[in-house]
Write a protein that binds this ligand. Structure first.
Ligand code: SF4
Length: 315
C-alpha cells in the first residue's frame, strides 16, 4: 500500500539518496501538475515530501505547497534551506560551511574515499542538528580493502556513539543507531510504499528511475499509479533481503537494478556495507547493556557472514 508521495519540484531538484541527479533539464513542475499531485496525495492519504532545487521556486509555488502537511527536503546551498525539515549536503565542504539548526535532519552524501572524515563531522554536528543521515554515493564500488577500512571507521564512530548514548545523549546517526531500535525491516520501499512524481507529471518508484530513463514511467497524474511487476518491489519477493536482519539497510531498488539488473536483488557491496554497520550496532548495544544494566528490546546476534547470499543453502 502506498504511504509516501515524493514530489520533485524541478528536474534539477536535490538527490538525497544513492542516485545522482544527471538531468540537464531545468523544468519546474507546472502549477497544474503541482496542484494535481497534492490532490492525489490528499485523496490517497499519503505523507508528502517536496524535493527542492538549489534555485528559488517561481512565484506562487510556496503558497500552493503550504496547502498540505508535508516535509521539505532542501539542498543546503538553496536560499530557503533554513525552512527545510531535511537539509541535503552534497560534500564535506558544504556540510562544514552550513549553519545548522537543531531541529533539522541533515543528509550528507559522500564518496567512499571521504568516509574517514565522518568522526570529525560527527563531532562537528553533535548537538547542532536533530540527526545525521549519511548516504554513500558509490557504495557499489567498495573493494575488499575498502570494507576493512570501513569496518575500522565504524568502530571509531561506534565508540563516539556509545559514549554519547551512555552519557544520556540522543546521538542519531543512521549508519549505527537506526538498527539499535529496529526489530523488523525499515527500508526505503520505493515502488511499494513510496512513489515519486516528477516535473513531467509522471510517476516513478523514485527519481533515480526517472533519471535513468524517463520513458519507464509507472503511470501519470491522469491515469494514476500503475506500477509494473509491483510484487518485485516487496520484501516478500526479495529472495535475499527477506532472510536478512540488517533492518536499517535502505535496500535500494534503484541501486539493485543498476548493479544486478533486478530491483529485488542487491549487490554484494550493498550487503557487506550494511552488515558492517549492523555488526557495529551490535557492539554498541552490548556496551550500552553492560554500562546501563538495561535490557533493550532489540537483539543483534553475532553472525558469521557479511552477505546473506553466502547462507542461501540454509534457507
Ligand atoms: S543487507 Fe543486503 S540482504 Fe540485507 S536488506 Fe540490505 S540489501 Fe537486502
Amino acid at each position: 500500500m502506498l504511504k509516501y508521495l515524493v514530489i520533485q519540484l524541478a528536474d534539477d531538484a536535490a538527490s538525497y539518496c544513492h542516485y545522482e541527479n544527471v538531468s540537464k533539464g531545468v523544468q519546474f513542475i507546472s502549477v497544474e501538475n503541482l496542484k494535481t499531485a497534492i490532490r492525489f496525495g490528499m485523496v490517497e492519504n499519503l505523507n508528502i515530501q517536496f524535493i527542492y532545487p538549489k534555485r528559488a521556486l517561481p512565484d506562487g509555488y510556496a503558497e500552493i505547497i503550504e496547502t498540505i502537511d508535508h516535509t521539505k527536503i532542501i539542498p543546503c546551498a538553496a536560499p530557503n534551506s533554513k525552512s527545510a525539515d531535511i537539509v541535503v549536503c552534497n560534500s564535506i565542504e558544504e556540510i562544514e560551511g552550513y549553519n545548522f539548526d537543531k531541529e533539522q535532519i541533515v543528509i550528507l552524501r559522500i564518496y567512499r574515499s571521504e568516509v574517514n572524515e565522518l568522526p570529525r563531522i560527527y563531532d562537528l554536528l553533535k548537538g547542532k542538528c536533530a540527526r545525521l543521515n549519511v548516504v554513500l554515493r558509490d557504495v557499489e564500488k567498495f573493494s575488499e580493502g575498502d570494507f576493512e577500512d570501513y569496518k575500522s571507521l565504524l568502530a571509531q564512530l561506534g565508540n563516539k556513539v556509545t559514549t554519547s548514548l551512555i552519557e544520556g545523549g540522543n546521538a542519531q546517526l543512521n549508519l549505527l543507531t537506526d538498527r539499535l531500535v529496529l526489530n523488523t525491516m525499515n527500508n526505503c520501499n520505493a515502488g511499494d510504499e513510496v512513489v515519486a512524481i516528477m516535473p513531467n507529471g509522471k510517476f516513478y518508484p523514485c527519481a533515480g528511475f526517472y533519471y535513468d530513463n524517463p520513458n519507464e514511467d509507472f503511470g501519470d497524474l491522469m491515469r494514476g499509479v500503475q506500477i509494473k511487476k509491483r510484487q518485485l518491489f516487496k520484501l516478500s519477493y526479495a529472495p535475499i533481503c527477506r532472510h536478512c536482519d540488517a533492518y536499517h539497510c535502505r535496500r535500494c531498488a534503484w541501486l539493485n537494478r543498476k548493479t544486478t539488473l533486478e530491483v529485488n536483488t542487491p549487490s554484494h557491496e550493498q550487503c557487506v556495507v550494511a552488515h558492517l554497520e549492523r555488526n557495529e550496532s551490535g557492539r554498541i548495544l552490548s556496551s550500552i547493556r553492560e554500562a546501563c544494566e538495561y535490557e533493550p528490546e532489540t537483539t543483534i546476534p553475532e553472525i558469521d557472514y557479511l552477505d546473506p547470499f553466502e547462507k542461501r543453502k540454509e534457507w
